[in-house]
Write a protein that binds this ligand. Structure first.
Ligand code: NAP
Length: 329
C-alpha cells in the first residue's frame, strides 16, 4: 500500500509518498481500499505543526475517505466485503488502503450516481459543521438573511447550500468569479466581490432592500480583520458564527456586540461531535438523507493523485480552489 508521510513539521512540500506493508485487520476493524480522500484546510495545519493538537511523528494526514471494504475483522457483523463506505479516521486517510474500526464507517449506497466517491469523501466535515452551526448553535429560521464569508471555499460553499435549503436569503462573499459562480449555483441570492467591494456595506445594503437594519447571521470561516468589520453588518439580535481563522484570530470589539443586542457564537463541531456521538449520528443521518434526496448538493471536487498531496494542500492554501479537493490513490 502507498501512503503520504509527514516526517517533520514544516512546509507541505516535505510530504513524501512511501510504500508500506499492509497492517493486519484486527477484531472490530475493516480494511478499506481507498478510492477518494478528502483534503481539508486543517490537514495543512497538522503538517505545518500549526494545529492545536500535534500528532506524534511520523504521521499520515487526512481525516475523511471513501472506499470499498476488502476484509472484515473478527466480530464485525454489520459490514461486508464490497460495501462502499465513508470513514472518518482522525488521521491516516492520505493512503491507498486504511484499516479502521467498523464503528468509524458509514455505509453508502453502492450506486454512485447521486453521490460520487469524490463528493462523499469531501462533504462530511464542511456540511456537518454547517448543519451543526445552523441547527444546533443557532436555530436559523426561514426568511432570515445570512452573509457567508469565504463562500467559494469548502466550508463556505456548504453553508450557502444549507442556508438555501433552510430558506435563508444567502449573501455570498468570495474573491474570484469562479467562487462567486459556485456560490450562486449553491443557492446564494446575491454575491459580493470580497477582493474589490466593501463586504460590510454591500451586505447591509442588500439586507436593507427588505427593510432590515443588517443581516441576521454572519457565517465566518475566515477570521482576521474581516470578522470585526462584518460584525458591524449584523442587524438587531444578529449573530456572528465563529467557524475558522484562515486569515488569523480576530479581536472583536465588545461595544459592537452590545449594540443592537448582537451575539457571537462559537462553533466547534469536531469537539462537540466527540462528546455527543449519538446526537452527531442523528445530524449525520439528516445531512446524508438530504444529500441522497438531492436537496443538498456537495460539489464535485478537483482531484489530484496521492503523489500530488503537497500540491493539493498548497493550492488550497493559495486560495486557488473553488469548492473542495480530493486525492485519488
Ligand atoms: N468550526 C468548525 O467546526 C470547523 C470545521 C471545519 C473547518 N473549519 C475551519 O474553517 C476554515 C475554512 O475551511 P475551508 O475548508 O472552507 O477552507 P478553504 O476551502 O481553503 O476555504 C477558505 C476560504 O477562505 C478564504 N481565504 C483563505 N485564506 C485567506 C486569507 N489569508 N485571508 C482571507 N481569506 C482567505 C478563501 O476565500 P476567498 O479567496 O474568496 O477570500 C478560501 O476560499 C478553516 O479554518 C477550517 O479549519 C472549522
Amino acid at each position: 500500500m502507498r501512503m503520504v508521510v509527514c516526517e517533520e513539521f514544516g512546509p507541505v512540500e516535505r510530504l513524501r509518498v512511501v510504500e508500506r506493508e499492509s497492517v493486519p485487520c484486527g477484531p472490530g476493524a475493516v480494511r478499506i481500499a481507498v478510492t477518494a480522500t478528502g483534503v481539508n484546510y486543517v490537514d495543512g495545519l497538522f503538517v505545518k505543526g500549526e494545529y492545536q493538537i500535534k500528532p506524534p511523528l511520523p504521521f499520515t494526514p487526512g481525516m475523511e475517505l471513501v472506499g470499498r471494504i476488502t476484509e472484515i475483522g473478527e466480530g464485525v457483523v454489520d459490514r461486508a466485503v464490497g460495501d462502499r463506505v465513508f470513514a472518518n479516521v482522525g488521521l491516516g486517510a492520505y493512503a491507498s488502503e486504511v484499516v479502521a474500526p467498523s464503528l468509524a464507517t458509514l455505509l453508502l449506497p453502492a450506486d454512485t450516481s447521486t453521490l460520487s466517491d469524490g463528493q462523499a469523501a469531501t462533504f462530511m466535515q464542511s456540511y456537518l459543521t454547517g448543519w451543526f452551526a445552523l441547527r444546533e448553535r443557532v436555530q436559523a429560521r426561514e426568511g432570515q438573511s445570512m452573509l457567508v464569508l469565504g463562500a467559494g471555499g469548502g466550508v463556505g460553499a456548504a453553508a450557502v447550500d444549507i442556508g438555501a435549503l433552510l430558506g435563508l436569503r444567502v449573501i455570498a462573499a468570495a474573491s474570484t468569479p469562479e467562487k462567486r459562480e459556485l456560490a450562486l449555483r449553491q443557492g446564494a441570492v446575491a454575491v459580493i466581490d470580497s477582493s474589490t467591494e466593501d463586504v460590510k456595506e454591500r451586505a447591509k445594503e442588500i439586507a436593507g432592500e427588505s427593510g432590515a437594519s443588517g443581516v441576521d447571521l454572519v457565517y465566518d470561516p475566515i477570521g482576521g480583520e474581516q470578522s470585526a468589520t462584518c460584525l458591524r453588518a449584523l442587524g438587531d439580535d444578529g449573530a456572528l458564527l465563529v467557524i475558522g481563522f484562515v486569515a488569523g484570530i480576530p479581536m472583536l470589539p465588545a461595544n459592537q456586540v452590545l449594540l443592537r443586542n448582537r451575539r457571537v457564537i462559537g462553533v466547534d463541531w469536531g469537539g462537540w461531535a466527540l462528546r455527543n456521538g449519538a446526537r452527531n449520528n442523528e445530524l449525520t443521518g439528516e445531512v446524508l438523507d438530504h444529500v441522497l434526496a438531492g436537496r443538498l448538493h456537495p460539489v464535485e471536487p478537483a482531484s489530484y493523485p496521492l503523489e500530488r498531496a503537497a500540491e493539493a494542500l498548497a493550492d488550497l492554501d493559495a486560495r486557488k480552489v473553488a469548492g473542495k479537493v480530493a486525492l485519488r490513490p
